[in-house]
Design a protein around this ligand. Structure first.
Ligand SMILES: [Zn+2]
Length: 313
């Protein structure tokens, strides 16, 4: 059974059962005169997305746009497979990610090397998308879907260089991708997502600040669902990033890499405690997300340190 829910006027959340975990991956269907999907999930979620659309009464042939918040495979891996069902659709993606969807070999290799073979199995293969079906954007573009609904594309790097957010005019809601972190376990845990290889702390913070200035009425998280606690979420995300940065800096000075690694890992585990009621999700967060965040944070920290030392010399 696929779960769908109208989270705002004409905006339908489809739970794409990401990695077979409920309430972990959101695909949003914007059901206007012209229709759009925001993210697709990986190839292993494509059937669930199609069923969700059917339940919402929208045929795949009616879709005009598939908007990719960023090209990480849990968001975009299924786009190539999904678009085979959508002859009228084009894919909107950041300029920095476009060529990787047209030719996904490098993307798949990078995913396998950072996430491991087990995740490759869970994600499935990535089908290429014909170049003429891709619209590369860099932020500032507007796509009109109906009389009251237009989508403004915003470039919000930090989580990844190709991260986009989308502000919709009808409800003043923001599709945040992973730019504001993940909000899971029915809102009990908000955690920034800081994956390797390209997480950037300073860019993340400045993007969050920009998102705050939009004064959106709602955030539609990619992981997972909608909230109207916009200011609070952005503030928590910023505060956590700053606190983690401080913790890593201090631990590094005190006891070096291994010590910093242990410290930040313990910190992230403690922040996940409130998700313990949702077993499958908690397992995935504790195994997958903690490792990913710790690796991304430390890589960023070390790169930054190396850059600073180079400047000093
Ligand atoms: Zn991501």
């Amino acid at each position: 059974m696929v779960d769908i829910k109208e989270v705002a006027e004409n905006i339908i959340l489809i739970d794409n059962q990401l990695y077979s975990i409920p309430k972990w991956g959101s695909v949003y269907l914007i059901n206007e005169e012209r229709k759009a999907l925001v993210d697709t999930g990986p190839t292993t979620s494509v059937n669930t997305v199609l069923k969700g659309m059917e339940k919402a009464g929208v045929a795949p042939g009616e879709i005009n746009y598939i908007i990719i918040t960023h090209i990480h495979l849990d968001h975009a891996g299924g786009a190539g497979e999904l678009i085979k069902h959508m002859p009228g659709a084009k894919v909107i993606v950041h300029d920095k990610g476009a060529r990787h969807l047209v030719n996904p070999e490098r993307l798949m290799k990078s995913f396998a090397s950072t996430m491991g073979e087990r995740m490759v199995q869970k994600t499935g293969p990535v089908a290429p998308i014909a170049e003429e079906r891709v619209i590369a954007v860099s932020g500032g573009e507007v796509f009109q879907l109906g009389g009251k609904q237009s989508l403004r594309i915003l470039h919000m790097p930090g989580h990844a260089p190709h991260q986009l957010c989308i502000l919709e005019s009808q409800n003043n809601g923001l599709f945040s991708g992973d730019a504001a972190g993940i909000l899971v376990a029915d809102g009990r845990v908000l955690m920034p997502a800081t994956p390797p290889p390209a997480f950037d702390l300073e860019l993340s913070l400045s993007s969050l600040e920009e998102l705050g200035k939009l004064k959106a009425s709602a955030i539609y998280f990619a992981h997972f669902g909608a909230t109207d606690k916009v200011r609070e979420c952005i503030k928590v995300a910023m505060n956590k990033l700053k606190a983690w940065n401080m913790l890593i800096s201090q631990a590094f000075n005190e006891g070096g890499f291994e010590f910093a690694f242990k410290k930040i890992k313990a910190q992230l585990y403690s922040e996940l405690e409130p998700a313990k009621g949702s077993e499958a999700l908690y397992q995935y967060l504790a195994d997958g997300i903690v490792a990913m965040n710790v690796t991304g944070l430390l890589k960023y920290y070390q790169d930054r340190k190396a850059r600073a030392e180079k400047v000093k010399r």
